[in-house]
Design a protein around this ligand. Sequence first.
Ligand SMILES: [Zn+2]
Length: 367
Amino acid sequence: MNWLKRLLVCLCLWAGPASAGCEGPPSFQFDQRIPDGERAKLRRWLGEAAQTVAELAGQHPVRCARIRVYDGGRGRGAVPWAQIDRGAAEGIRFYVDYRLPLHSLRSDWTAMHEFSHLLIPFPGNDQPWFSEGLASYLQYLLMARAGILSSDEAMKRLDRGFRRGVEDDDHGAIALEELSRDMWRRHAYRRVYWSGAAYFLAVDTELRRSGKGSLTQVLAQFVACCRQQSRHWTVDSLVQVFDRLSGTTLFADTKAALMPRTGFPDLSRPYEYLGLVQTGHGVRLKAGSPWRERRQRLVADVAIGRRRISTAGTKKGSCAPLASLFPWGLTEVGHLFVQVIGQLLQLDGTVGGLRRGVAGHAIKIAD
Ligand SMILES: [Zn+2]
């Protein structure tokens, strides 16, 4: 049997992880219905979102993420649909209206939202408040970081998101923990997404207030140490690691306070820190120090150890040219083959870190 095990080891080395041999930038695949003349524009738009997230994290959170772009039809917005692909080859599927000009595509938040999802591994379907909250919290801050919005406009959009969460009050006195589990059946998207975003705003501002860094720094450290680990992640295990990286218990403490809440989270403390004053119809931004600087830092925070991020398309060594030879991609063919052999030999399913969660999600809530 030794020769078989040796063969398996070789296949593992050949097959994975899925990012092996990739240098970082995402690879793009286009629906045949999207004309060649439109693809450079789409690459530029989505490449900008990938780069902005990579600059926040200090590197691409998923090396050689596979970005598939489909025709989403005309007149339904820039991105009527998007889906995160988990599993052996992580990536994102975008259904877009490729006919729109670049400035219209850039002004849509979906690309920043979806690329933010890649910062953390899939933590399971039962607590979407965490992954959706992170992506919703970051989407406007990333647009400001990319220069699409001003930092003040990002704050106003964030506030409008929280208001949508508050207004989504058709769910009775149900604690967030239960509402999040039941989100799909109850269509409680806005309440769950924006409660999660309020959690990350609370933790981020508290980290800053106490001089313990920021969410950006925690995410950058997480991407560097742990993002590519082949292990089963849950919200609790992510919170535990985030606390360890920040040297606090803020992530766990804030979660413990939030989960039993039946109403929308209280924003008064983070708003006070950022100089945001809620008015009848929106939010007023206090002028002067220290509020303006705090808001600008929230947008322009630089990750520790940040380095230059390459987004110059697919380079030598990236997986795209090889993957294009196979309908499922080379690495997935390898993984599948090893898994089949492993099953036949009744080997541990974690050989070579091959057992990965396969899940995706697709949701687009109204802006
Ligand atoms: Zn999402």
